[in-house]
Design a protein around this ligand. Structure first.
Ligand code: NAD
Ligand code: UFG
Length: 349
């Protein structure tokens, strides 16, 4: 059977680059479309090195998804079996300051992509949604049937895109769409050659912890220690990025199920870990002390969020393999080899 060709939007980013590597290792061909707004082309060079012989199956186009003629050209060159759609802006705080930027980029980008896919007869899609659509869940674990809400414009883009996908499938049942709700992706490829490299001050816990460990920041600010949790700090479902990447391969396989329509799956581990537990695990893995400063709650943060993993286990035949020890080990391996991310060679960042 000929190798399947997959278009990966946002494939130079954190989750995208790890997924492209798993695709290449799994015998797929990958065409990446990314405007590099929040990524470095070095990530894909590293993916090629890691992929060895399969590197020939990776093509990269520096293109913005909203550039319809450029996207048309890419679809005219290759007949894609499916699209994995990661491309989007994801900083919650920035989305509150610049809602139109987020609606334009995330919604217009997605609509343009869906239009071009339909025009070229490619109606198989895997989309990056988020556990943010559960808002502050009334109970845990979160199942896919929970009511949805959004606390900020970023979250609203995820909600709207999910609804757009459901409508697109309702209007044309040839579409097969899998919406993946990620919980908290952390860690890096075990090689330490690819990982997360946020621009500016990190918004998320583990990239921040990592920058404290390499001496780029003096301490971690803990947002809230008065939650009703085991130690007062927020609880989340951290998932190793390689497990998450494998979840996409499982979703691609599921797209060939004739019964699939527009379906949603959580990708998490089903385990809740507090901020302090995560910091302790990272200190153990790195041998570094992370100084802490306790502060008030961050607006919009939920208390406890973790996934019900039953549906993905049963229907995608996928289950996360790694625990927080491996997540912290691999995060530190990446951080210690690349203290300034992909620009570590010249320390320019
Ligand atoms: P990322 O920023 O590393 O990757 C997104 C990529 O999309 C970047 O490489 C960026 O340059 C590219 N991009 C953005 N807008 C584009 C456009 N208009 N045209 C072309 N390329 C564009 O983020 P990530 O952590 O890898 O996240 C990937 C997806 O998963 C995003 O949709 C994000 O919202 C979603 N997600 C992430 C998390 C998380 O915590 N990392 C959690 C839930 C969902
Ligand atoms: N936290 C701190 N200090 C920091 C950063 C975070 O104490 O400097 C705490 C938060 O208060 C929270 C936990 O660490 O309790 C995790 O925070 P993150 O920002 O890492 O993750 P969130 O769960 O808040 O949100 C992330 C993404 C969202 C996504 C969501 C679910 O930022 O986009 O996971 O996937 F929607």
């Amino acid at each position: 059977m000929a190798a399947q060709s997959i278009l990966v939007t946002g494939g130079a980013g954190y989750i995208g680059s790890h997924t492209v590597l798993q695709l290449l290792s799994g015998g797929y061909k990958a065409v990446v479309v990314d405007n590099l707004d929040n990524a470095s082309a070095v990530a894909l060079d590293r993916v090629k090195e890691l992929a060895a012989d399969a590197a020939k199956n990776l093509v990269f186009h520096r293109v913005d998804l909203r550039d319809k003629p450029a996207l048309e050209k890419i679809f005219a060159q290759t007949k894609f079996d499916a699209v994995i759609h990661f491309a989007g802006l994801k900083a919650v705080g920035e989305s509150v300051q610049k809602p139109l930027l987020y609606f334009n980029n995330n919604l217009t980008g997605t609509i343009t992509l869906l239009e071009v896919m339909a025009a070229h007869g490619c109606k198989n899609l895997v989309f990056s949604s988020s556990a943010t659509v559960y808002g502050w869940p009334k109970e845990v674990p979160c199942t896919e049937e929970f009511p949805l809400s959004a606390a900020n414009p970023y979250g609203r883009t995820k909600l709207f895109i999910e609804e757009i996908c459901r409508d697109v499938h309702r209007a044309d049942s040839e579409w097969k769409i899998i919406l993946l709700r990620y919980f908290n992706p952390v860690g890096a490829h075990p090689s330490g050659h690819i990982g997360e490299d946020p621009r500016g001050i990190p918004n998320n816990l583990m990239p921040y912890v990592q920058q404290v460990a390499v001496g780029r920041r003096p301490h971690l600010t803990v947002f809230g220690n008065d939650y009703k949790t085991k130690d007062g700090t927020g609880v989340r479902d951290y998932i190793h990025v390689v497990d998450l990447a494998d979840g996409h391969i499982a979703a691609l396989r599921k797209l060939s199920d004739p019964k699939i329509g527009c379906e949603v799956y959580n990708l998490g581990t089903g385990k809740g870990t507090s901020v302090l537990e995560m910091v302790t695990a990272f200190e153990k893995a790195s041998g570094k002390k992370i100084p802490l400063v306790m502060a008030g709650r961050r607006p919009g943060d939920a208390e406890i969020v973790y996934a019900s993993t039953e549906k993905a286990e049963k229907e995608l035949n996928w289950k996360a393999k790694f625990g927080i020890e491996e997540m912290c080990r691999d995060q530190w391996n990446w951080a210690s080899k690349n203290p300034y991310g992909y620009e570590s060679q010249d320390g320019a960042k």
